[in-house]
Ligand binder design. Structure first.
Ligand code: C2E
Ligand code: MG
Ligand code: MG
Ligand code: MG
Length: 284
């Protein structure tokens, strides 16, 4: 009945073998309920500038708390994408991200929030309009929200993804390429994207201090990205040795457990209070 489902404007459900299992259908309806009733949470993970040693932004990461059977963010997003719930989910995420940003501003912390976006979102005809209206309603300036997209996901529909991202970028949404180096990168495609930032995938960072090859790849990637004008972020930095190597390589920003795991809002505020004072914009 996919044709009829499409006619009624219901997102097409691509079944994998067990897609229609009772368990899965229950999970989908629970997820729908969680989105509608504000039961999801956004955790925030800071980005640190290695030059200024300041927190320059936060990445918003979805969580589904209070579940007997935990669902990982990757599972949650895959489920939302397959069931058509990614549209309301991303809209909730964007709204919550802007809300948390307002609360950070009230507390004297100024930084942009990065939101992960699914390729399906870029196919929604009214997505850019939705984002612009939402930003206006929060009095958020250009650059308040950055979108993170993965190179691999863009390749599903390169032409239309590029169009959508160009429109969003023109509307003041900076773009960051997530998980760079994890898939089959097509630099000839990536260089067409209106991106200002590249995030090197955790898989190249985790073993950096033990693997000479990874150091060669990461060093070369940083140099290349700099020559192309990108800001470079390393994801998944877990220890001092890795941080020192990245600093030596001229990496701009880092994220990872060495700073903190992603934290709920109150936990993040507590953590920020322990950071150097210059992370704050207000002196008083
Ligand atoms: P991502 O965007 O690449 O996010 C980075 C992931 O690495 C996060 O996993 C984060 O918790 C984890 N991480 C951060 N620092 C470290 C570290 O030092 N060591 C290790 N081992 N891991 C670290 P998480 O939160 O489980 O999210 C997984 C993925 O789910 C994200 O990967 C992103 O692709 C997706 N995702 C999360 N939230 C959203 C969302 O709101 N919308 C969409 N579309 N996707 C989301
Ligand atoms: Mg990300
Ligand atoms: Mg990533
Ligand atoms: Mg990832």
């Amino acid at each position: 009945g996919s044709e009829r489902a499409r006619d009624r404007g219901i997102a097409y459900y691509k079944p994998s073998r067990d897609s229609y299992s009772a368990e899965r259908l229950t999970l989908v309806s629970e997820l729908r309920h969680a989105i509608d009733n504000n039961k999801l949470a956004l955790y925030l993970q800071p980005k640190l500038s290695l030059k200024s040693r300041q927190i320059v932004g936060y990445e918003a990461l979805i969580r589904w708390p209070d579940r007997e059977q935990p669902v990982t963010p990757d599972q949650l997003i895959a489920l939302a994408e397959q069931s058509g719930l990614i549209k309301p989910l991303t809209r909730w995420v964007l709204q919550e991200a802007l809300h948390l940003r307002s609360r950070l501003l009230e507390l004297g912390f100024d930084a942009g929030i990065a939101v992960n976006i699914s390729p399906n979102n870029l196919r929604e005809p009214d997505f850019a309009v939705f984002v612009q209206r939402l930003m206006q309603s929060f009095h958020a300036h250009m650059g308040a929200i950055t979108f993170e997209v993965t190179e691999t996901s863009m390749m599903q529909d390169p032409v239309n993804s590029l169009k959508a991202l160009n429109a969003l970028n023109a509307a003041g949404i900076p773009l960051s390429i997530d998980d760079f180096g994890s898939g089959y990168s097509s630099l000839s495609y990536i260089k067409q994207l209106p991106a200002s930032e590249i995030k090197i995938d955790r898989s190249l960072i985790t073993e950096l201090s033990h693997r000479e090859e990874d150091r060669v790849i990461v060093r070369t990637t940083i140099d290349m990205c700099h020559s192309l004008g990108y800001t470079v972020v390393a994801e998944g930095v877990e220890d001092e040795e890795t941080l020192a190597l990245l600093e030596d390589m001229g990496c701009d920003l880092i994220q990872g457990y060495i700073l903190t795991r992603p934290l709920p809002f109150d936990g993040l505020v507590d953590w920020m209070s322990g950071q150097p004072r210059r992370s704050r914009i207000s002196a008083s």
